[in-house]
Structures are given as structure tokens and as C-alpha cells.
Design a protein around this ligand. Structure first.
Ligand code: LLP
Length: 427
């Protein structure tokens, strides 16, 4: 469920007509709905409530400080993957005791910064990283809590570029080698192995990968406890899929049903690192049509959002629903899958101004007649949209606005040309 809805052929975000936001703030514009963000967070909190989980919002998904603050105020910690994200989590008022740090390539500087604030734990991904943590903990005589990130060799059945829990990807430790590695920290005065971490991939549309991964993790936890480790945390990462095309995302309850029994059985504290599930459907990207062009037997709707604003279609062939903000009254609402022909529409490519033929937001899409100046809504753009944006082709990053009922406020201003050159040294 989300709070973007058409009423009388006008798209609203909560109580605000989206066209009004485009007028006030310009396009391209990311519009987020506070109610939707909280609705999805609460769904997770409710589904996993029996385990009293620590939900660490995955900052990489949408790092805007206003969103991070909203998450923290509603009870989340943070999952970070870099010094920059740690900085952001702290700026958002994040409590280091609720911050976990994953990533295959943590630098010494980043590790030191995390040690300085004494984060809850490092999700360790290699022998080399463990050696650095060992050295630093000894030099600093500081207790350091670790979780081993295990690669359970499970196929999450998602895009190859975002499948992480499968053997052959760079992530985690081969699960068969974990016990041996764990033995090397047993009795260490400063390093404490306190948990197991897994993140299987993203987005995931079945509970099966979690079930299979837990079949590996549970005996591993038992074996590590037998070895003498005080294992207390089970971190299942993120990955819960959302509705991009139709109602394909599973409810939080479905994942809870698979994960909770393992938590109960192992008596572990559950950690989760969701991102997309919370923000994905809470954001849209609003663009304005520049030109409609017929060429090579195709129609191109050229609008002012591009691959630098939302790279998911280009990078993963991802599907995002797109529809006019104020569709013509004779056009019915699009069918669920957007694939069968819709009356009063024709097939178009929806593309941006960037100089690459890979710059598209949709290809061969049934779409109503639109003209220069019309506004379009690109749905499910709250996760990995702004987060993966760039200045490619000298494009200023979009503005972001947060809607709360009938109120709205700018949470990131549109970049200016001066922002584009500011870090360069010869200006
Ligand atoms: N934890 C770890 C260790 C992760 O690597 C990720 C995402 C998450 C949690 C959050 O996953 P989520 O709950 O959002 O599925 N750019 C891609 C997705 C990359 C995911 C990277 N890791 C996309 O746009 O589909």
C-alpha cells in the first residue's frame, strides 16, 4: 500500500497534488510520502515483533538525512557500508550502539572511525579484514564486536548484479571456512565474535532463499557456540522485494514466518538491514516532457529525467511504472502488468536527455498521448534512485521533497551549476 493515488485523473501524494509540487520545486523531482515510509517500516516492526528485532535501516538505499532522521525517530539503527555512510548515520543522530558496518573493502581509516565511536559490530567479510581488526583492537586495547558475514551459497533469484549470497560473488566468507576462522579469534582479549551476518541479494521475491540460508546458519551458530563463542546476534540483512510492476512483493509477515522460528530456536537477537522495503514505494520521480519525437519507426517521449537520476532501468533492465501525472480523461487506468495494450495508448520509449542510447526509463511501453510540458510520474523510485544518481553529462542532481499530509518541505535543494564545479581545484 502506498499514498500515491489518482483522484479524478489527478495524481496526489498524500493530500498534495503532485503537479503543485512540480510547479513549486521544478523537475526532475523526487517526491517522498512520509506516511508510506512509516507504513512500511511499521509493517516490518509488526511482523517481526515477537523477536524484538533491531532494524538497521540500510542507508545506501536512500541516504537523505531527513529520511535517516525519520527512521531513527521511529526506532531504527543503521546499516552502513562506508565512512561516508557512518558520518551520515551520526549526523542523523544515530546511536553507534545501533550501527552495523558491512562491506568487502573497509579501509583502515573507515575502520578506525567506526572504532572511535564504538559501533555495535563489524560484519567481517575476509581473513584480511579480520587481521586488520585484530591489529587495531590490540593497538587500541579496545573491545571489538564482530559478526562473520557468511556467504551461504544460496541463489536469491534476482539480477546477477545484485545477487550477493551466491558462491563466486565477492561477498562474505565461504560458510565451510567460518568455523576454522572463528577458532583463530577464540579467547582473543579484544575481538569478540558475537554474531552471524548474511545478506542474500536484493530484491528477493520468495522466502525460499532465506529458508535455505537459515538451514546453513543455524547449525553454524550451534557449532560456533560449541567452540566457545558467545554468539548472540543473527543478522539476516535486507533484500525484501517490493511492488514495481504489480503486487509482486511479499508481505513482511511471509519473511517473518520463515525467519522467526530460527531466531527462537537459536535464542539470538535478530538484526535486519532493510532498505528498499521501507523507501522503495514511498518515492516517485516526477519529470516533465520536453519533446515527443518519431524516428526510425518508433515514438520517443523525451523528458527531463535521465539515467543520471534513476539508473535502475539502464543498469538492471529494471521495470518502473510510469504514467502521466494528469492522464487524459478518456484513458483508463493501466492494467496491473502494463504489458497488454491499453485503449487510447501507443507503444513508446520514455527516454532522457543523456547522450547514450542506454539512457531510457522505459522501452516499448503502452502510453497515452502526451505533449511538451506534461508531467510524468516514475513510480517506486524511492530506493536506489537519488542514492545512485550522478552528475553525468553535467546534469545537476534533482531536488527531493517530503510530503506529510497536506504539507511538504524540501529536504534537498536542486543542485546548481556552481555545485558541479565546487570540488575542482582550478576555479
Ligand atoms: N544489507 C546489505 C549488506 C546490503 O548490501 C544491502 C543492499 C542491504 C542490506 C539492503 O538491501 P534492501 O533491503 O534494500 O534490498 N542498487 C540495486 C540494489 C543493490 C543492493 C545493495 N545491497 C537496485 O537498485 O536494485
Amino acid at each position: 500500500m502506498d499514498h500515491f493515488h489518482y483522484t479524478g485523473h489527478v495524481l496526489y501524494c498524500e493530500g498534495v497534488p503532485v503537479a503543485e509540487l512540480a510547479e513549486s520545486y521544478g523537475t526532475p523531482l523526487f517526491v517522498y510520502s512520509k506516511k508510506t515510509l512509516l507504513h512500511h517500516l511499521h509493517q516490518l516492526q509488526r511482523a517481526f515483533a515477537p523477536a524484538e528485532p533491531l532494524i538497521c535501516y540500510s542507508i545506501k538505499t536512500n541516504p537523505n538525512l531527513a529520511i535517516c532522521r525519520l527512521m531513527r525517530e521511529n526506532g531504527t539503527g543503521f546499516d552502513v557500508t562506508s565512512g561516508g555512510e557512518l558520518f551520515r548515520a551520526l549526523q542523523a543522530g544515530g546511536n553507534p550502539e545501533r550501527i552495523v558496518f558491512a562491506g568487502v573493502g573497509k579501509t583502515d581509516r573507515e575502520i578506525t572511525e567506526a572504532l572511535d565511536v564504538d559501533i555495535l559490530m563489524f560484519n567481517v567479510e575476509s581473513e584480511g579484514e579480520l587481521a586488520v581488526l585484530r591489529d587495531l583492537s590490540e593497538q587500541r586495547r579496545q573491545q571489538v564486536r564482530l559478526a562473520f558475514r557468511v556467504n551461504p551459497d544460496v541463489d536469491p533469484k534476482t539480477h546477477t548484479k545484485t545477487a550477493t549470497g551466491k558462491r563466486g560473488t565477492k561477498f562474505g566468507l565461504d560458510w565451510e571456512r567460518v568455523e576454522k576462522l572463528a577458532n583463530t579469534v577464540l579467547g582473543h582479549p579484544y575481538l569478540k565474535l558475537t554474531g552471524i551476518h548474511m545478506h542474500l541479494g536484493s530484491p528477493i521475491y520468495s522466502t525460499e532463499p532465506y529458508r535455505t540460508a537459515l538451514e546453513r546458519a543455524v547449525p553454524l551458530i550451534e557449532a560456533l557456540r560449541e567452540q566457545g563463542h558467545d554468539l548472540h546476534y543473527l543478522n539476516m540483512g535486507g533484500g525484501f522485494g517490493i511492488h514495481y510492476r504489480k503486487q509482486e512483493g511479499l508481505p513482511a509477515d511471509a519473511f517473518a514466518e520463515v525467519i522467526l522460528p530460527a531466531v527462537e530456536y537459536t535464542r539470538c537477537q535478530l538484526l535486519l538491514e532493510p532498505g528498499r522495503f521501507i523507501v522503495g514505494n514511498a518515492g516517485i520521480l516526477v519529470s516533465r516532457v520536453l519533446f515527443v519525437k518519431d524516428a526510425g519507426g518508433k515514438r520517443f517521449v523525451i523528458q527531463d529525467a535521465a539515467m543520471n537520476d534513476l539508473i535502475r532501468p539502464t543498469l538492471y533492465d529494471a521495470f518502473h511504472r510510469i504514467w502521466p501525472v494528469e492522464p487524459p480523461s478518456e484513458v483508463p487506468a493501466p492494467p496491473e502488468d502494463y504489458e497488454s495494450p491499453i485503449p487510447h495508448t501507443r507503444l513508446v520509449d520514455i527516454v532522457g536527455p543523456v547522450c547514450e542510447s542506454g539512457d531510457f526509463l522505459a522501452r516499448d511501453r503502452w502510453f497515452p498521448e502526451v505533449k511538451r510540458g506534461d508531467l510524468l510520474a516514475i513510480f517506486s523510485a524511492g530506493a536506489y534512485g537519488m542514492a545512485m544518481s550522478s552528475n553525468y553529462n553535467g546534469r545537476c542532481r534533482a531536488a527531493e521533497v517530503l510530503v506529510d499530509g497536506d504539507k511538504h518541505r524540501l529536504i534537498r535543494r536542486r543542485e546548481t551549476y556552481h555545485d558541479l564545479i565546487r570540488p575542482e581545484l582550478e576555479v
